[in-house]
Design a protein around this ligand. Sequence first.
Ligand code: ZN
Length: 439
Amino acid sequence: MKYPLDIIRLLSVCIFFFPLVLHSQNILLKSDHYFDSEKGVFGSDIEVLIRNKQILAVGKNLEYETGKTTIIDLGNVTLLPGLIDSHTHILIEEDLHPGYTGFGETVVKNVIAKSDTQRALEGAFRAKSYLHEGFTAIRDLGNSGLYADVDLRNAIDNNLIEGPRLFVSGPGIAATGGQVNGTSFHSNKIITNKDYQVITGEQEAINAVRDHILMRVDVIKVYADNIPNRTTLSINELKTIVNEAKRHDKKVTAHAITNQAVWNAVKAGVNSIEHAYVISDTTLALVKKNKITLIPTYSNKELSHELFKKSGIIDSIRRNRIVNRSADRQQKQLLRLYKSGVKLAYGSDFYSKTSFSRGENAKKSIYAWLEAGVPIEKVLQYATINAAEQLTRRKILGVLKKGFLADIIAVEGDLSKDENALEKVVFVMKDGKIFKNKQ
Ligand SMILES: [Zn+2]
């Protein structure tokens, strides 16, 4: 296996950024409104005292050292923990067109036409858009070449480029063929091995996890099914992956579209399940009983319109009918999951080219939940505290609380009264550094 080019060095040469660093030791943020992600409630008038990367105190009329503290009164905004997208693919892009043959086409185009270096640089551009939309952490789940996601994460962690905290999986572990379809057998072998780690049998399952541990991924991703391909990992292969990951203290998340794939992943002991588009009541009950988190991935109506239009459905009346029908189905599913009481985290899984930035797309996808009628307090918890738990960062991310890392954003006005405010991010702080301040 060939290691990709020295992407970190290249990125450091090509891209510079200068986050606004204030010179005094402490920052006191004040705002008229806030969201408490632990309790799932909105409140008014809050102060947050920050020193370096950490939140020192949260409350009203806080004591602070005059002369050593910069006061930032944000006024009529809602302060909340930085948003977290639990399912992204920032090193890949889908460009829909009439006659599009499916995701396999996207993988083929990205793998054949682009080097890992180019994909990482494009990923850097998309990462920045996430941060500016208020996402201070994202979990990127594969289709990122041979560990180019790891290089991108390191570049951000080392402050070479601007972006959210990245939690990455490296190539997803899959059965023969991965999700690559529509190619000859020979081409499939070459392309699949650029974006997936194909395994056969339990020894290869162990080897794949160890490769990932060696390359320092944050989470292990497995494909419990490979739709549109019909190959799947066996329960024994899935169990072996989970056990080996556990031995290295890593969590496993499973891509699963069908009910059978969700069931297999649960039986194998994974920690979370992505998509679960088809899930029976019995399987859902089992997911809940095993305290596994589901990450459903849907987009809102506005984005669906864009995607269907690009796919060639130009007639707006016909498109409206199609979008409404599919929104109806997905809204019923989202409400069902919300009411079931299963643990949920927010994930966009949005990688299509639109007229918006990738960060904006991820933000708009949050509205799929709101359009379904799920209360905004719940949705914000899915995208903060619940997602932080997924990242194994429950004690330091996703909450505005003493001792937590200072990943804080503000949106214009009172979010509890105006859900559209979520689209108007006016302030972004990550690790105590201010990346955006429109006040
Ligand atoms: Zn995905």
